[in-house]
Design a protein around this ligand. Structure first.
Ligand SMILES: Nc1nc2c(ncn2[C@@H]2O[C@H](COP(=O)(O)OP(=O)(O)O)[C@@H](O)[C@H]2O)c(=O)[nH]1
Ligand SMILES: [Mg+2]
Length: 204
């Protein structure tokens, strides 16, 4: 086991199904960890980095197009879930409401969902949408872990300063989410993410 890469469980991940509505959410005994973030924050890239598989979650340059919940199977008991990104300015109200409904339906599955990874661009952290996600986590009693991704866009000092600032703000606002810096490009922070997911997924 010692020669295995730290993310070896996640490298097994295979695409399972895309669900457009709760009726299509897969059933069974599996536990899940889900990823969410604003469109273009770097969600697909972080899943691909975690799983060491560039083609796993599609990396799209057109934000806000998909309203699908994408499931990846790690093993027969564990799944990763790519939740639809939030598109913003150009998204009509009806689409926003549809998105909110689908998210609510997904997040209320408390027997299945072990934790939510909230992806934020380190240059634009803790925006309104991100805080809404954290509010939902508190509401549904779901542990949250924040990735400040694209950390390679900032110098080390600025990365750490942003991390500390966000951690302080979270504490002040009463959120008990954990938070780290991450870079899909450099694979920085992968170890920390894997440790968090392993504990949620009851791996080792
Ligand atoms: N420099 C850098 N670019 C990133 C990183 N993660 C994602 N990107 C880029 O950001 C854009 C959006 O990424 P994507 O993963 O599709 O975001 P999503 O919409 O949240 O799934 C793409 O052009 C990625 O190549 C990162 O860690 N560093
Ligand atoms: Mg994506």
């Amino acid at each position: 086991m010692n020669n295995q890469p730290i993310n070896h469980y996640y490298r097994q991940a295979r695409f399972l199904i895309s669900a457009a509505s709760p009726r299509q959410f897969p059933r069974g005994e599996s536990i899940e960890v889900a990823f969410v973030g604003r469109s273009n924050a770097g969600k697909s890239s972080s899943i691909n980095t975690l799983c060491d598989n560039k083609g796993l979650a599609k990396i799209s340059r057109t934000p806000g197009r998909t309203r699908l919940v994408n499931y990846f199977e790690i093993d027969e008991k564990r799944r990763l879930v790519d939740l639809p990104g939030y598109g913003f300015a150009k998204v009509p109200l009806a689409a926003k409401q549809e998105w909110q409904k689908l998210m609510g339906q997904y997040l209320e599955q408390e027997d299945v969902l072990r934790g939510l990874v909230v992806i934020m661009d380190i240059r634009h952290p803790l925006k309104e949408f991100d805080l809404q996600m954290l509010d939902w986590c508190q509401h549904f009693n779901i542990p949250a872990h924040i990735l400040l991704t694209k950390a390679d866009k900032l110098k080390r000092g600025a990365q750490q300063a942003t991390l500390l600032k966000c951690r302080k703000l979270l504490k002040e606002e009463g959120y008990n989410a954990s938070i780290q810096t991450f870079s899909s490009l450099k694979k920085d922070g992968l170890n920390e993410l894997v440790q968090k997911l392993n504990s949620w997924m009851e791996l080792e």
